[in-house]
Write a new protein. Structure first.
Length: 319
């Protein structure tokens, strides 16, 4: 199973570590990576920011409990996706297997001979008819106005080029070929592709709320280019849909999850660099929700530090 990178990993403690161990680990990491002891070292500054965020979460009982619940949900999701892919990838059993087939189960008694079955069906039919009548009486406007058109029918206007196929243009016959003798060709293969695009709004990095980590939740480093995250399975494969995430207006990369509303699970995970976009392609038809979170990396972290320095300078000027 793919490993979920957590605040415990950032502080190098176990998930059941007491507060004394968490404080001791934070103190040791602070002495090693504190900016005062590593002046000008940008990597140490980034690591120290990650350590501070992890300690702020794990030292607070409420936030730590929420983090533990998030870890459990993510691990369950990854395990569920991996098990689903494993089941789909299992080879089918050989039809010529020498093992004997299990004995057939005894056939159930036919329901149509049971008078209770007929009584239940009659009750359902009567109840459905009553509900239909009440619905029509209470909502008379549900019939489309097109069905209630009372105009006078006229002959259709003749055009200079009548439809050679002689069918409604809304059907797929518009793509059929016609031979020299006027015969229709085979039915066309018309496919529809649903495309959805999400434009991430422009937003300055916020080091207090954005995701600050040098590694992805799976424990691997963030990709150098916009791509799927390694360590996560790619689910809901198909040819009916694609989702485009446009991050061209954002100065920070984003961690994106594609959530299946029907399965109630994240089926795709991707990392989209700043000023770029990414396409979740080859998706099966369904209802999806795009969830994203800004990621504070090296460049964005410098913008946060610069903005905080400007704010501190402005506060000092006001005093």
């Amino acid at each position: 199973m793919a490993k979920i990178h957590t605040h415990y990993d950032n502080l190098k403690v176990s998930r059941h570590a007491p507060q004394e161990v968490i404080r001791a680990s934070y103190k040791a990491l602070s002495q090693k990576y504190h900016p005062d002891k590593n002046p000008g070292d940008e990597k140490s500054a980034r690591i120290m920011a990650v350590v501070n965020t992890a300690y702020n979460v794990l030292s607070d009982p409420v936030r730590r409990k929420e983090h533990d619940e998030w870890i459990a949900a993510e691990e369950w999701e990854v395990e569920w996706l991996e098990s689903s892919n494993a089941k789909e990838g299992q080879p089918r059993k050989n039809a010529d297997n020498w093992e004997g087939q299990p004995p057939p189960k005894p056939r159930r008694k036919r329901l149509w001979r049971d008078p209770r079955w007929w009584l239940g069906m009659s009750g359902c039919f009567v109840a459905g008819a009553v509900v239909a009548v009440l619905t029509i009486e209470q909502q008379p406007n549900i019939i489309p106005s097109a069905l209630a058109w009372g105009g006078i029918a006229h002959d259709p206007v003749k055009t200079g080029r009548p439809d050679a196929l002689g069918v409604d243009a809304s059907s797929d016959d518009w793509a059929r070929r016609i031979g020299p003798d006027g015969a229709k060709g085979p039915p066309p293969e018309v496919r529809a592709l649903a495309v959805t695009q999400l434009a991430v709004p422009a937003r300055a990095p916020d080091c207090s709320t954005d995701l600050q980590t040098l590694a992805s939740p799976s424990g691997d480093p963030w990709p150098l280019e916009s791509s799927y995250l390694p360590g996560y399975p790619v689910g809901n494969e198909g040819t009916e849909m694609q989702v485009v995430v446009d991050n061209s207006a954002n100065a920070a990369p984003v961690f994106v999850k594609l959530y299946d509303l029907d399965r109630r699970a994240n089926v795709r995970h991707a990392f989209v660099q700043q000023r770029s976009n990414f396409t979740f392609d080859k998706l099966a038809a369904g209802k999806y929700e795009v969830r994203y979170q800004n990621v504070v990396d090296g460049a964005s972290k410098s913008e946060c530090d610069g903005r905080h320095t400007a704010l501190r300078q402005a506060a000092a000027d006001m005093q």
